[in-house]
Design a protein around this ligand. Structure first.
Ligand SMILES: Nc1nc2c(c(=O)[nH]1)N[C@H]1C(S)=C(S)[C@@H](COP(=O)(O)OP(=O)(O)OC[C@H]3O[C@@H](n4cnc5c(N)ncnc54)[C@H](O)[C@@H]3O)O[C@H]1N2
Ligand code: MOO
Length: 340
């Protein structure tokens, strides 16, 4: 740090906070450490009694923390992402609309390995709402070598952005409720309303609904009929376990669908089936989806709704963090469930 005459400090970086006291009116920080001194500041500094100040020299090969933070904000913000004004070398990252958050985890780790620059995030692959806090980027020293920023710009080239939000699409959804007890009117359908509510949250609606008995052929026919009618997503509920009356997995298979998984390492929801009938995602949902607050379905549905293709490995890797602990007050998705 150098001591310099205040009049000569324009464009330089203030090395310490400066307090101003105007009796009866104001007492506080007039200028913060790290502030870049402008022509307009000189008179106020002199009035505070600062004829000399400590400054950092911003040499040719350095960026001021705020400038570096803004450059990184521009670099990290993919579609649907905005970032705040820098404050003391820090920007906040926010979504511009509701959607599925994607974070480039490899890039994140590489950036944090460099030093001087810290990026902290929430977990990706979950839904976020407009204005949520997704993360922050802070430059640790007051100034950082330009080469650090250029290195990050190079690292990020031709890669998925650090942050992006994929908007949810509207899916024409078919719902096939299985269960002879429901079909015969012995009990009321409690599954349908749960699914309807979950879909509505993502902006999709059920255009085709059938209640069918536990008969493999009937379930199969209704799935194929839904496809024929233009379904973009097919959900079949109930009959997913191993009882003799549980026909849903067999029926989905019999349509010729490609079974991605029957059994997910997620609890509750281990008996969930996910398949593609041509390109149409098909869920077989076990009974727990009807009564448990959060299940495997809540982890997979946002991805499907954002138009992501689901691979077997995406599901088989979900065991880590895949146990819901049924908190008294559910805060999902702001919890460990489904984060890995
Ligand atoms: N022997 C085994 N039994 C069960 C296993 C297992 O591995 N071995 N897994 C358990 C798990 S985990 C789950 S989850 C459930 C899966 O249930 P299903 O998908 O087979 O559900 P259902 O047997 O069809 O129904 C269970 C229960 O819920 C009622 N239900 C079903 N659909 C509706 C509806 N639309 N409206 C109202 N109520 C409905 C149904 O009447 C049953 O009482 O299996 C465990 N068992
Ligand atoms: O394992 Mo079941 O499908 O969780 O409730």
């Amino acid at each position: 740090m150098n001591v310099i005459r205040t009049e000569d400090a324009v464009g330089m970086v203030l090395g310490h906070d400066i307090t101003e006291i105007v009796p009866g009116e104001f007492k506080g920080v007039a200028f913060k450490k790290g502030h870049i001194i402008t022509e307009n500041d000189i008179e106020r500094l002199l009035r505070i009694g600062k004829e000399h100040i400590y400054v950092f020299d911003l040499s040719e090969d350095e960026f001021h923390e705020d400038e570096a933070a803004v450059r990184l904000g521009e670099l990290f913000a993919g579609s649907g992402i905005s970032f705040s004004e820098p404050k003391e070398g820090k920007i906040n990252i926010n979504p511009e609309y509701k959607g599925l958050l994607k974070i480039n985890r490899d890039l994140l780790d590489e950036v944090n390995d460099i030093g001087d620059i810290c990026v902290a995030t929430i977990h990706g692959d979950r839904y976020v709402n407009k204005g949520d806090l997704l993360g922050g980027c802070r430059i640790i020293p007051l100034t950082t070598k330009k080469e650090n920023i250029y290195k990050i710009e190079e690292l990020a080239k031709d890669k998925e952005p650090m942050f992006q939000v994929k908007p949810f699409k509207k899916f024409k959804t078919a719902l096939i409720v299985t269960g002879s007890e429901v079909y015969k009117g012995r009990i009321e359908d409690k599954f349908g309303p749960v699914i309807e509510k979950k879909l509505k949250f993502f902006g999709s609606e059920i255009f085709y609904k059938e209640i069918v008995p536990d008969e493999l052929e009937t379930i199969k026919e209704k799935i194929l009929a839904a496809k024929e009618k233009g379904a973009e997503l097919i959900i079949v509920t109930g009959g997913m376990s191993v009882d003799p009356d549980d026909k849903t997995p067999g029926a989905i298979k019999a349509t010729g669908a490609n079974i991605i998984t029957y059994g997910t390492p997620i609890l509750p929801g281990a008996m969930l089936l996910f398949a593609y009938l041509d390109d149409i995602p098909v869920f077989g949902l076990p009974g727990c989806v009807m009564f448990a607050k959060t299940t495997a379905f809540d982890l997979l549905l946002p991805k499907v709704m954002a138009g992501e293709k689901i691979y077997r490995k995406d599901i088989s890797r979900m065991g880590y963090g895949g146990q819901c602990i049924s908190c008294e007050v559910c805060t999902f998705p702001n919890c460990h469930f489904g984060k890995h």
